[in-house]
Design a protein around this ligand. Structure first.
Ligand code: ZN
Length: 64
């Protein structure tokens, strides 16, 4: 069985955003292609490619 879900972005004022799986509630530090916990395939909530690009740019800003 292949589930699909999407990341719910949890913004925080003083630390990096987290991404919550809409299927199982797992919190991830970055929006992976699939949930690390339940394995659901992630769909961009908005228009796919631009959403991914936006996330990639956002990660770059906060890269350690
Ligand atoms: Zn999940």
């Amino acid at each position: 069985m292949t589930n699909t879900a999407h990341w719910i972005r949890q913004t925080h004022l003083f630390r990096k955003d987290e991404y919550q799986c809409s299927a199982c509630g797992f919190l991830s530090g970055k929006p992976a292609a699939a949930c690390l916990h339940c394995g659901a395939k992630m769909k961009g909530a908005k228009s796919g490619r631009s959403w991914v690009d936006e996330m990639a740019a956002f990660d770059a800003i906060f890269e350690d």
